[in-house]
Design a protein around this ligand. Structure first.
Ligand code: AMP
Length: 213
């Protein structure tokens, strides 16, 4: 089964993707993570995208489609597309790429959240520097002993683009370029809404219900 997690920045896509990876052995394909890796390792592409990402704008379709193509051509199934597609051109490309490798898209899970909540969530979030476990100062604080519950590491990162200014741009990019995908997948009969405002386990339960339906 291959699915897309669709929702604005801060909706909890990454957190829910990790739950699906742990619980169902699925594979998370986060274009944001791939781009951050490219940036941190200083590749040519990483240098090109660094400023764009810091401003909260979208990088070109060509770059992200190339990243996803590479992963899909590498084989496997059970993919969770997290943060991809983000434009109609990317959605078309994903359909073509899946067809090329003989796979289908089974569900598009749209996470329903409200914008006020997003600002609070994003400015409060942190991840483990070692394993990427997601924390949030309000809903899931870093343990008092300062170690990651998942891997025991003690260094945590906050994203450079998790500030109010770039968040405003990221939200605008979402509404202008990504939210049309809701209509696109609705028209294809693939869209499933899940309430994204509850606690992490409740949201996970909603997603599980869709996947098991
Ligand atoms: P994310 O981790 O999904 O919030 O993505 C972080 C940043 O990476 C975004 O604000 C964009 O600059 C870039 N990015 C990630 N995925 C895509 C995509 N599918 N298309 C364009 N830009 C992307």
């Amino acid at each position: 089964m291959n699915i897309i997690l669709l929702g604005p920045p801060g909706a909890g896509k990454g957190t829910q993707a990790r739950i699906l990876v742990d619980g169902r052995g699925m594979t998370q394909l986060s274009t944001g993570d791939m781009l951050r890796e490219a940036k941190d390792s200083g590749t040519e592409m990483g240098k090109v995208v660094a400023d764009v990402m810091a401003r909260g704008e979208l990088v070109t379709d060509e770059i992200v489609i190339g990243l996803i193509r590479e992963k899909l051509e590498g084989g496997g199934t059970g993919f969770i597309f997290d943060g991809f597609p983000r434009t109609l051109a990317q959605a078309d490309a994903l359909g073509d790429l899946l067809a090329e490798v003989g796979q289908t898209l089974d569900h598009v899970v749209a996470m329903e959240v409200n914008d006020d909540e997003l600002v609070t969530r994003i400015t409060a979030r942190a991840t483990c520097g070692m394993c990427g476990e997601v924390y949030n100062d309000i809903t899931k604080p870093i343990p008092a002993d300062g170690t990651c519950t998942n891997c025991g590491a003690s260094s945590f990162k906050r994203r450079a683009d998790d500030n109010e200014e770039s968040l405003r741009t990221r939200l605008m990019e979402y509404y202008k370029k990504t939210s049309p995908l809701i209509g696109y997948y609705h028209a294809k009969g693939q869209l499933r809404w899940v309430p994204g405002l509850g606690d992490i386990d409740e949201v996970a339960g909603g997603i599980a219900a869709v996947l098991d339906s």
